[in-house]
Design a protein around this ligand. Sequence first.
Ligand SMILES: *Cc1c(COP(=O)(O)O)cnc(C)c1O
Length: 399
Amino acid sequence: MTDWQEIEKEYYMPAFTRIPVTLVRGEGMKVWDDAGKEYLDFVAGIAVNVLGHCHPALTAAICEQAGTLLHTSCLYYTTPQLMLAELLVRNSALDKVFFCNSGAEANEGALKLARQYGKHKLAGANEIITTFNSFHGRTLMTLAATGQPKFQEPYKPMPGGFINVEYNNIEAIKKATSKKTCAIMLEPIQGEGGVNMAAADYFKQVRSWCDEKSVLLILDEIQTGMGRIGPLFGYELYGIEPDIMTLAKGLGGGFPIGAFMAKDAASVFEAGDHGSTFGGNPLACAAGYAVLKYILDNDVLTQAREVAYHLAYKLEQMKTQFDFVTEVRGSGLLIAMQFNRDIAAHVLNACMSEGLLVNKLKPNAIRFVPPLIVSKSDVDVATNILYKVLSNIKTEKGQ
Ligand SMILES: *Cc1c(COP(=O)(O)O)cnc(C)c1O
C-alpha cells in the first residue's frame, strides 16, 4: 500500500496538523480510508458536506455541468450563476449576491464592500469592529478581522482599520464605535473560536446600534449558514437581518464556492470595483444550485433540526453521566462538548478507532458538525461510540 503520509512529508508544505488517515471514498454519512476502514462522518469536511458524501443530486449536477460548460470567466453571462443568485436572494433577506471561491474571499469582498460604502455614504469611515475569538479567514485582511493574535503573529504587520472587542458585549461595541466606523462584523455563533454563543438579545441590540449609528452589520455566516444552526441562515434565529452576509462552507456541499450578499442599500459596487476570474464559475454554481434546491425541495432543515435535538439530548445525557464533561453548547448541527481537561485529542483518536470522526475544537473540547442529512440512527451509533470512549476515561479524584 502507498504510504501517503511519507509522500506528503516529501512534497507538501507542512502547514497542517493532519490526522493520520488517508480518506479515499465517501457515500452518504460514511467515508472510507485507504485500508478499507469505514467511518461515520460527524465532521463533514468542517461543516461543508451538508448533503453528505457524493449525494446523487449533487454528483449528477456536477457531472452534467462538467460536460456542458466548465468555465467562461466573469466576462460573460452564464445560467447556473444567475439561477443560484436568484435562488439565494429569493430565500434570504438580502438583495444582491457576488460569487467567489472560498470563505476568506467572501469576507474579503464583504469588507471591501463595507469600505466602499463608508467612502461614499459615511464620509470616508473605514474602520470595522470585529470580536476576539472570531474567525474570518486566512488572507491578510481577514486575519486582521480575526480577533486571534496567534493566527496574526507570524504575518505582521496586519492591514489596519480593525478594532477587536469582546463577543456578546454590546457595551464594548458601543465604546469602540466612532465617526470612523463603517461596519460591525460578527458570526451568529463563533464557530472556529469555540462554538461560542451570544445572549438571545445581543444581535437585536447590535442591529439597533447599527441602525442608530448608520453603520453596516456584516454577518459572517460561512459556518452558520445553509441550515447549520437550524434555520437556513443564522440571523433568522435572532429575528434580525444583516446588511451584508457571507457564505461558503456548506454552500457548494463540498464543491468550493463562496458568496457575499448585500441589501440594495449596501450594494455599492459599480463596474470595475471588484472581480474574480473563477468566482461564479458555472461548475461551482451548478453545485451550489443543486445543494440549495435539494435542501428547499426536500425540507431537509426540518429533519435536520429534529435530529439535532436528538443529538443535543444524547450529549446532554453524557454531561450528567461523566463529571469531566462540563458543557454541551451550540445550536442545530453545530455542537461542542467541553471537557474539564485536555482530552480532546484522546477522544478524537479513540472515536476514530471505533469508526467515528469527530472534530477537535480545542485541546479540551470536541465539535460535532455532521451532514444535515444525518439520521437519528446515525446519532445513536455515534453517541454509543462516544459513550464507550468516555466510559474508558478514568475520572480523576476531585474532578
Ligand atoms: C471557515 C470559515 C471561514 C474561512 O473560510 P475558508 O473557506 O477556509 O477561507 C471564515 N469564516 C468563518 C466563520 C468560517 O467558519
